[in-house]
Ligand binder design. Structure first.
Ligand code: NAD
Length: 250
């Protein structure tokens, strides 16, 4: 078990990539608090984690939290800290898209994407960084996107949020490296989840043409890297962006 006794918070852990990371962490022995928006999906994930856990000691729970709300995040992280005592691993995975050409993009589309994808990372990290610094250990994994590296028409809001995560990750990594806290991004390419299922067949075909491996990735492809970064295997890796995209950005 690579994460035995470790305690993790995973935002957006109720489905897709976040759920795959939660399952992989549970298989490796971690205790996990999931933050998400759907109580029903949250409870389903908790049952899924119970089914794959590596030890009877492991604890899992779900909190309904809008990660764009500083107040909600603060209250719920304090609640998690009461239960877990400390948090070793934070995975910021919650995210949305509101795709439109900039010309047609409403202020609300911009704000929602920036608040949920980027401000959320400030909300969670700003609170957890203090106890991690005190403990002189911690792992922060931010799920960005290849779109934050490459850009994409129709996604200026999403690309800005994901590029923002990368700048934030590199800066914070430098702030806290001396305290043995690592901060990294994983940049997935085109992964088969509810988020990509919103795309039309034509859009999917267009994207697949850009993937040299000729297939979509799956949650496990991303979760494997998250386990690697969260475990002692990733001890000396910080401030990096690990791209997992079937060769899309090669
Ligand atoms: P998804 O839509 O399946 O899951 C998104 C998760 O975020 C859900 O659990 C949802 O409850 C949560 N969420 C949304 N708004 C929230 C809020 N306000 N507060 C708390 N939780 C909220 O998406 P996914 O494909 O699994 O994507 C997960 C992450 O990976 C996102 O950050 C996304 O940008 C990123 N990503 C996905 C792909 C892909 O191809 N699927 C590619 C690159 C990056």
């Amino acid at each position: 078990m690579k994460l035995a006794g470790k305690k993790a918070i995973i935002t957006g852990g109720t489905r897709g990539i976040g759920k795959a990371i939660a399952i992989a962490f549970a298989e490796q022995g971690a205790d996990i608090a999931i933050f998400g928006t759907s109580e029903e999906r949250g409870q389903e994930v908790v049952s899924a984690l119970e089914a794959v856990k590596a030890s009877s000691e492991q604890k899992f729970f779900f909190k309904k939290v809008d990660v764009s709300s500083n107040q909600e995040v603060k209250e719920n992280i304090h609640h998690v800290l009461e239960i877990f005592e400390n948090v070793d691993i934070l995975v910021n995975c919650a995210g949305i898209t509101r795709d439109k050409l900039l010309m047609k993009m409403e202020e609300e589309d911009w704000d929602a994407v920036l608040d949920i994808n980027l401000k959320s990372v400030y909300n969670t990290t700003q609170i957890l960084i203090r106890p991690m610094m005190k403990k002189r250990s911690g792992r922060i994994i931010n799920i960005t996107s290849v779109i934050g590296l490459m850009g994409n028409p129709g996604q200026v809001n999403y690309a800005a949020s994901k590029a923002g995560m990368i700048g934030m990750t590199r800066s914070l990594a430098k702030e806290v490296a001396s305290r043995n806290i690592t901060v990294n991004c994983i940049a997935p390419g085109f992964i088969d989840t509810d988020m990509t299922n919103q795309l039309s067949d034509e859009q999917k075909e267009g994207i697949l043409k850009q993937v040299p491996m000729g297939r979509l990735g799956n949650g496990k492809d991303i979760a494997n890297a998250a386990v690697f970064l969260a475990s002692s295997d990733g001890d000396y890796i910080t401030g990096q962006v690990i791209t997992i995209d079937g060769g899309m950005t090669a």
